[in-house]
Design a protein around this ligand. Structure first.
Ligand code: GCO
Length: 448
């Protein structure tokens, strides 16, 4: 069967600053919360850190040439706030600006369309020192940073997003504490989420008022959640998890409200909201970026944290788990796309991240025959195609990730790339999946 994608469908790959750039103290870059967090013994598997990562800061020309050689039309990346504003606010670091300007020119000269996400979790440490996302002023500093990047690059970049996965910034960073800044406090998580959304609204406002050309949106991680049973307890626990991850972000952005039932449930953990905040958050956006990796089963568990929920990976029959120990459930992706279509007015969508970490055994030449990754991506593209047939307004697909890179608390142990990186020599070797993806792109679809 032929799965032909719409004309002008945008195919791409994605990465983020801290995960690939390295050069963590070079050319005036300031310290981010990830630079700090990775210094604390025991936070990161094997005590890995992003000091060097893929050394993309020095190898960006080679990397852009590689993306071009794989026939990939678009590349999504995030700038490091601390390269541009080492203290998070105030003095601008010209060398940081120059780097991103050179990177964008290099991409454009290679015929690769840049797509920029402004924040991928690496908050300047100086802002964290005064409360980070719990301090309302951080939203203003983010807006100033956004304006600087728009001024620098909006003449050449036309697809923008403000935040990548604010749920992760807020909850993994402030409730579960497994990500920087490593705080375990649900009140702070909800307050951080509100300020992240507020900063999104402020940045969109600046984009509109500045008359910059192009589109702007927000990227959310929408995983599937399946109740373990039809018992009232399991259904209610699933609803809470779903509301925390979905409605807490989708509702304010698309409807200007927070989910009432969840907010009643969390009671004293509710964030402080000022008059006018929700209007600012609820501004038209040009697209929603949707990241999707996996689905989970949810059951009621008295000891399951604030949501009283236990979460276990779900795999569809015939599928195992990825190296992240995540279940594989391709249909989950279609469910999420259709959920947004049905409940939020069928917005334009980019499938902004999808992919998997797999065991990836290289042969003697360093070549990885990652048929398992190919099978994963192929299945997800099949169901994405179905969603488009069913009327979802999907504009493009970005595979996570172009390179093996620093996978946050799991360090370099999990490989998501379609290009292998040898973290000793830093040599890049495209995997089988890179050539497979090149073919998908060349055909604008799959023939299975
Ligand atoms: C994400 C992240 C990536 C991760 C990827 C795999 O947005 O979740 O953007 O940074 O590396 O999701 O876990």
């Amino acid at each position: 069967m032929n799965y032909q994608f719409p004309e002008k469908f945008l195919w791409g790959v994605a990465a983020s600053a801290y995960q690939i750039e390295g050069a963590y103290r070079e050319d005036g870059k300031g310290e981010s919360i990830w630079d700090r967090f990775t210094r604390w013994q025991g936070h990161i598997l094997n005590n890995d850190n992003g000091d060097v990562a893929c050394d993309h800061y020095h190898r960006y020309k080679e990397d852009v040439a590689l993306i071009k050689s794989l026939g990939i039309p678009a590349y999504g990346f995030s700038p490091a706030w601390t390269r541009i504003l080492p203290e998070g606010k105030g003095a601008v670091n010209q060398k940081g600006l120059d780097f991103y300007s050179r990177l964008v020119d290099e991409l454009l000269n290679a015929g690769v369309q840049p797509k920029i996400n402004l924040f991928h979790w690496d908050l300047p440490q100086t802002l964290q020192d005064v409360g980070g996302w719990n301090n309302r002023e951080t939203a203003d500093h983010f807006a100033d940073y956004a304006r600087i990047v728009f001024d620098l690059l909006a003449d050449r970049v036309s697809i923008w997003s403000t935040h990548n996965e604010p749920w992760v910034s807020a909850f993994l960073g402030h409730a579960l504490g497994v990500h920087a800044p490593g705080i375990c406090d649900y009140s702070q998580a909800y307050q951080a989420a509100h300020h992240l959304l507020l900063s999104h609204g402020k940045a969109v406002q600046i984009f509109r008022q500045g008359g910059y050309k192009g589109n702007i949106g927000l990227v959310l991680n929408l995983n599937g959640f399946i109740p373990a049973s039809n018992s009232e307890e399991d259904l209610a626990a699933t609803q809470r998890v779903h509301d925390e991850t979905h409605a807490s972000f989708l509702d304010p952005v698309f409807k200007g409200i927070y989910p009432q039932a969840l907010f009643e449930y969390i009671g004293a953990h509710q964030p402080k909201i000022q008059a006018g905040d929700l209007d600012l958050i609820h501004q038209p956006i040009d697209f929603l970026g949707l990241n999707h990796y996996n689905s989970d089963i949810v059951s009621y568990d008295l000891f399951g944290g604030l949501n009283k929920a236990r979460i276990t990976p779900y795999s569809a029959s015939g599928w195992g788990r990825t190296e992240m120990n995540w279940g594989i459930h391709p249909l989950g992706l279609k469910n999420e796309v259709m959920y947004v279509k049905e409940n939020y007015g069928n917005p334009a969508l980019y499938l902004n991240e999808n992919g998997c970490a797999m065991p990836d055994e290289p042969d003697a030449n360093g070549f990885v025959r990652d048929w398992d990754r190919i099978r994963f991506v192929q299945a997800h593209l099949q169901v994405l195609h179905e969603a488009i047939q069913d009327g979802a307004n999907v504009k493009g697909y970005f595979l996570w990730s172009v390179f093996d890179n620093f996978e946050w608390e799991r360090g370099f142990s999990k490989r998501f790339g379609i290009v292998r990186v040898d973290f000793d020599s830093l040599e890049r070797t495209p995997k089988q999946s890179a050539y497979w993806y090149r073919n998908v792109i060349a055909n604008n679809g799959l023939n299975i």
